[in-house]
Write a protein that binds this ligand. Structure first.
Ligand SMILES: Nc1ncnc2c1ncn2[C@@H]1O[C@H](COP(=O)(O)OP(=O)(O)OP(=O)(O)O)[C@@H](O)[C@H]1O
Ligand SMILES: [Mg+2]
Length: 243
């Protein structure tokens, strides 16, 4: 075994989630969190970074379609997480690809292929400079949406995942369920967690289940994903029960 890291586990600290994963992620792995709009993907990744940072880890948050200031504000009003402070203390860095200083704007002048190449280079250099323990990329479909050929899409996703796998960090990447990009991202990932919204009678519940976790047993059950002032938690109950 040339990479011992991949045998060690890293608990996410998200209540109830490590149990679903059979004991947390493997260190250095790339894990996909997939779901439709509003299912809780961004909050999920935020909780992963916030918990890790509380335990002394360093986090890197890469935003492809929303501005860092906007997300920080949203997380503060939603869950009381003060990412301004964590950033000031050097525990978290935000990489916001809309930031003009990175010259990586998604404009019509830059081809999708060029954008992905620059994104890959940016990731490589930021990982080298920051050397984070945890990486959260939100969201990948925004970057890959414009690649029409499925074959090219798969090889480009694998290229970006290669950069992440060579890093010591444990990663969460999110994808929306738009134009099938999520399926390609899922195939390349070490684990897949699906988030959804379930309607039972007149009630809406967020759901979470683990579809795969390479190298590990998982709990094959759909559970409730709870969002509250305390952040994200996976409850032991099923969302399919009328109450
Ligand atoms: N304190 C809270 N208690 C309960 N729900 C909350 C709380 N704060 C925020 N929310 C809900 O969490 C949801 C945020 O979900 P999130 O942005 O993580 O979803 P997403 O899957 O990333 O969506 P998008 O497709 O927009 O990227 C919002 O719909 C909001 O109503
Ligand atoms: Mg989001």
């Amino acid at each position: 075994m040339d990479d011992e890291r991949l045998m060690e586990r890293m608990e996410t600290g998200i209540p109830g989630y490590d149990e679903l994963l059979g004991g947390g992620f493997f260190k250095g792995s790339v894990n996909a969190v997939i779901g439709g709009s509003g299912t809780g993907k961004t909050a999920f990744g935020g909780e992963f970074i916030y918990n890790g940072v509380k335990e002394g880890k360093t986090g890197m948050i890469v935003l492809t379609s929303e501005e860092a200031e906007y997300i920080k504000r949203e997380w503060y009003t939603s869950f009381g997480w003060d990412f301004w402070k964590l950033e000031e203390e050097g525990k978290v860095i935000f990489v916001d690809i809309a930031d003009p200083s990175l010259r990586l704007q998604k404009t019509v002048e830059i081809s999708p292929d060029e954008l992905i190449k620059s994104f890959k280079k940016l990731l490589e250099s930021k990982i080298k400079n920051v050397n984070p323990d945890l990486i959260f990329i939100d969201s990948l479909e925004a970057i890959f949406l414009a690649i029409e050929s499925r074959y090219r899409l798969k090889s480009m996703v694998d290229d970006v995942f290669g950069v992440l796998r060579r890093a010591p960090a444990t990663c969460i990447v999110t994808s929306g369920t738009i134009y099938g990009v999520d399926e390609i991202i899922a195939y390349s990932s070490d684990s897949i967690t699906n988030l959804g919204m379930v309607r039972v009678g007149n009630n809406l519940q967020r759901s979470v289940h683990v579809v795969k976790h390479r190298g590990s047993a998982t709990i094959n059950q759909v559970r409730v994903l709870q969002l509250s002032d305390d952040g994200i938690a996976v409850l032991s109950q099923s969302p399919y029960l009328e109450f």
